[in-house]
Design a protein around this ligand. Structure first.
Ligand SMILES: [Zn+2]
Length: 354
């Protein structure tokens, strides 16, 4: 088992984990709130190091990342455990796997094997996703460093609940930080996730942006929970002010789950969110989780030409060349991708399960 980083001894056999804002005080034999960091004999262990619960090759659009190497197949992996308890969680089974099993029965991969697998399968990028990667800290830190050395792009898909020093260590090796900002009040965060951690999440978005990572924001809009004009207005203003008006903001439809009993988000709500975001200065607001919706395409903010057309999780065409609109030359400043035309992907992109 791998000893955890970022903890301290409190008394004889108790430790305090310093990875995330919970700051769990963990007695001998117990795990923290996340369920994956366990104190055994006064030493904190990272139970999920190298344990993989889910692995697949996804199109990068599925993360979703829309301004980061469109059409790229990305090796995506996750483990179990989470440091939030979102009532609408779609991945409850892997996020809240019984930690008493200590990851038994899961596949094991070393960081070196992960990189070799990505290369073997023709992936140019790796994403840590599916469950919350912040609490897979030690494994991602090492894997991302090796991935960069091997010339791969690195992506975290995260709810952003982690202490800033830990995040900064990860960001030394992370290219894209896909961050959930679930709403814009602490009361909403507490109601949905069980933890009033909005301030921490926002701070981490700024840290990632200032570290030079590519940042895209996702907000799952739930009727009667976070769909008010006030929440959408506040959040979109915050993005413009702190991350820039060129930051992609994905407003996605919620689908009913076991513990949140609202109807699915209507397209009109997401269209309203997109209007609010644009009126506040966001150039790229995307409507997500509504198959075929036009709001998932990229339009040039200057000449309004269709730049990237998305079908399912694939892309049809891409008219961003050298970071500019091919038609009018407008710079798409938040776009990162190859300088060459990148138009030859199958649509829809097939999902390969490894
Ligand atoms: Zn244009």
């Amino acid at each position: 088992m791998k000893e955890a980083m970022l903890y301290e001894h409190i008394g004889r056999q108790t430790v305090r984990c310093r990875l995330c804002p919970h700051g769990c005080l963990i007695p001998e034999g117990r795990t923290g709130f996340c369920g994956v960091r366990k104190n055994l004999g006064g030493t904190l262990y990272a139970l999920t190091y190298g344990k993989v619960a889910s692995i697949a090759i996804d199109p990068i659009e599925k993360k979703p990342l829309y301004h980061f190497y469109p059409g790229t197949p990305i090796l995506s992996l996750g483990t179990f455990g989470c440091n939030l308890r979102c009532k609408h969680c779609q991945n409850w089974e892997i996020s809240h796997h019984d930690a008493s099993e200590n990851g038994e029965g899961l596949s094991e991969l070393t960081p070196e094997q992960t990189i070799a697998l990505a290369k073997k399968r023709g992936c140019d990028a790796i994403a840590w996703t599916y469950n919350e990667p912040s609490i897979w800290f030690e494994f991602i830190l090492e894997s991302a460093r090796l991935a960069r050395e091997a010339g791969l792009l690195t992506v975290m898909v995260t709810a952003g609940m982690i202490n800033p020093p830990a995040l900064k260590a990860l960001l030394n090796h992370i290219d894209a930080y896909r961050l959930d900002v679930k709403g814009f009040t602490e009361a909403f965060y507490e109601r949905l996730t069980g933890s009033p951690v909005l301030a921490n999440v926002l701070e981490n978005g700024i840290i990632a942006h200032e570290a030079g990572a590519h940042v895209e924001i996702v907000t799952n809009v739930i009727p009667n929970w976070n769909d008010s004009d006030e929440q959408l207005d506040g959040l979109s203003r915050w993005i413009v002010e702190h991350l820039g008006g060129d930051t992609p903001w994905h407003v996605t439809a919620y689908h009913p789950s076991n513990r949140v009993r609202e109807p699915p988000t209507p397209a009109s709500t997401l269209e309203r969110a997109a209007r609010i975001g644009r009126s506040n200065g966001l150039s790229y607001v995307y409507v997500g989780n509504i198959p075929g919706h036009r709001g998932q395409n990229t339009l040039c903010p200057s000449c309004e030409a269709l730049l990237v057309d998305r079908v399912g999780f694939g892309i049809g065409e891409n008219h961003i060349l050298g970071g500019k609109c091919e038609f009018c030359g407008f710079a798409i400043t938040s776009y990162r991708g190859p300088d060459l035309p990148y138009r030859h992907h199958t649509t829809p992109f097939p999902q390969y399960v490894l």
